[in-house]
Design a protein around this ligand. Structure first.
Ligand SMILES: Nc1ncnc2c1ncn2[C@@H]1O[C@H](COP(=O)(O)OP(=O)(O)OP(=O)(O)O)[C@@H](O)[C@H]1O
Ligand code: SF4
Ligand SMILES: [Mg+2]
Length: 417
């Protein structure tokens, strides 16, 4: 049996040769535009498989991704993040709405029409353990996109695959090894190399680090960041908490039950989040409005699970868990509107901003129990975790070598989250 690849892996990404992978992107221009995007999965029952309902996994998304930026997408489990990722990479057929890539409507392109597009848009998957075929060598896995597209890179597939392996910080000599010989962080690098093979313009990464240890998370996040600088990539990075996207995103979309509830540039979102759910995601939530609760600056944590996307709540979908919910929230869906420059929010009673429905002041009964007070120690602990991730990112950013040792030692990371 061959020696474990972890011992000899090179984790400092090699510089790509000049601008060989760089695309002619015009930074800041709209690369991807999504309008009214929907995906309803039918629920069928009985012998005749009659449709009895639908899972409203994605229910009307409007956003754009600009060339060269990183758009972070966050939200609790089941809110439709992966479905959104699969829709924009056209791995799923939308139920409604449109997807435009570089100004071209690709919503309903067939297999042949999508083939050239497949080169431009790539996806990195959440689980590096299941997303690599265990029976194939790394060379075969990373070289597969060339074979699928019928492309022969200059110098041949093997040479190009070896170059890609060094670009993502792996030893090119490990070309003939199998996935089980690599640690989780290394496998995710292999997934990244595969995604980069065809020099994509847009990379959609679905929870690229959530199966990895915190220290390895920082290295993979930094690798993605370095590759973006070097190759001019545009990212959509999906995560279920804000700590991962906070360090890499230019803008952040917060999703709840198939909808975007807030979309803002990173600074604004962290400085003054406007949607109550965004504040809840940050887990330390000061009660800001003296008219709605007693005036003390208490902190609260969201209670309860996300409701079923089969029959989402009326009006604002968050009203069953929101501590600010009033009657208007139950009856009228708030539209996603730009309340501050660069900050869109869908809420009748936003935080850090003028009330959009000031006449409606009576809280719903459920609102009074929608959140719980959080002890200072819990908040301190959560702040510590966040600071630890930030420190890891900063540290491995400044010294990739120390990171290399950490990854080697970590071996098989826990897949727990
Ligand atoms: N193929 C499918 N058929 C039916 N329902 C589906 C299908 N794929 C996803 N769903 C449902 O759509 C909703 C959104 O799922 P999705 O995987 O997009 O959520 P997510 O935000 O990525 O969650 P997680 O954080 O757990 O990955 C869920 O209720 C899920 O059960
Ligand atoms: S619209 Fe109402 S229920 Fe929805 S987030 Fe805003 S305050 Fe809460
Ligand atoms: Mg998912």
């Amino acid at each position: 049996m061959s020696e474990n690849a972890e011992d000899t892996v090179v984790t400092t990404p090699a510089k790509s040769e000049g601008a060989t992978l760089t695309k002619d992107a015009a930074p800041g221009e709209t690369l991807l535009k999504v309008t009214g995007l929907q995906k309803h999965f039918p629920i069928k029952k009985g012998l005749l498989q009659r449709q009895v309902g639908a899972v409203h996994a994605v229910d009307g998304l409007d956003f754009e991704v600009r060339s060269g930026e990183t758009l972070g997408v966050v939200g609790e489990s089941g809110c439709g993040k992966s479905t959104m990722g699969r829709l924009i990479t056209r791995l799923l057929e939308p139920t409604g709405g449109t997807v435009e890539f570089e100004g071209r409507d690709i919503t309903h392109l067939g297999v042949a029409g999508m083939r050239p597009m497949r080169r431009d848009v790539q996806m990195i998957f959440q689980d590096p353990y299941s997303s690599l075929n265990p029976r194939h060598t790394i060379g075969t896995i990373v070289g597969a996109p060339f074979r699928l597209q019928g492309v022969t890179p200059e110098g041949g597939i093997k040479k190009e695959v070896q170059r890609l392996l060094s670009v993502v910080g792996l030893n090119p000599e490990h070309y003939n090894r199998y996935p089980h010989e690599f640690s989780g962080g290394q496998r995710q690098r292999i997934g990244i190399a595969r995604a980069l093979a065809l020099k994509p313009k847009l990379v959609v990464a679905d929870e690229p680090v959530s199966a990895l240890d915190v220290s390895i998370q920082a290295q993979v996040v930094n690798l993605l960041d370095d590759l973006q600088q070097e190759l001019g990539l545009t990212y959509v990075i999906i995560a279920h908490d804000l700590s991962v996207v906070r360090h890499v995103s230019d803008r952040i979309a917060v999703m709840y039950l198939g909808k975007i509830v807030e979309l803002a540039d990173r600074e604004s979102l962290y400085r003054a989040p406007m949607h109550p759910y965004t504040k809840a995601l940050m887990s330390a939530v000061p009660i800001p409005d003296p008219r709605r609760k007693n005036a003390k600056s208490e902190r609260i944590l969201l209670k309860g699970d996300v409701p079923s996307p089969i029959s989402p709540p009326s009006g604002c979908r968050f009203h069953t868990r929101c501590w600010k919910a009033t009657e208007v929230c139950r009856t009228t869906e708030p539209k996603l509107v730009e309340l501050r420059p660069g900050q869109q929010v869908a809420c009748h009673h936003p935080e850090n901003f003028e009330d959009q429905a000031p006449q409606d002041t009576v809280l719903l009964t459920a609102a009074k129990e929608a959140a719980e007070l959080v002890a200072d120690e819990v908040l301190a602990e959560s702040a510590e975790t966040s600071a630890a991730v930030a420190a890891e990112v900063a540290e491995s950013d400044s010294g990739a070598e120390s990171g290399s040792a950490a990854e080697g030692e970590a071996g098989q990371e826990s897949t727990d989250k």
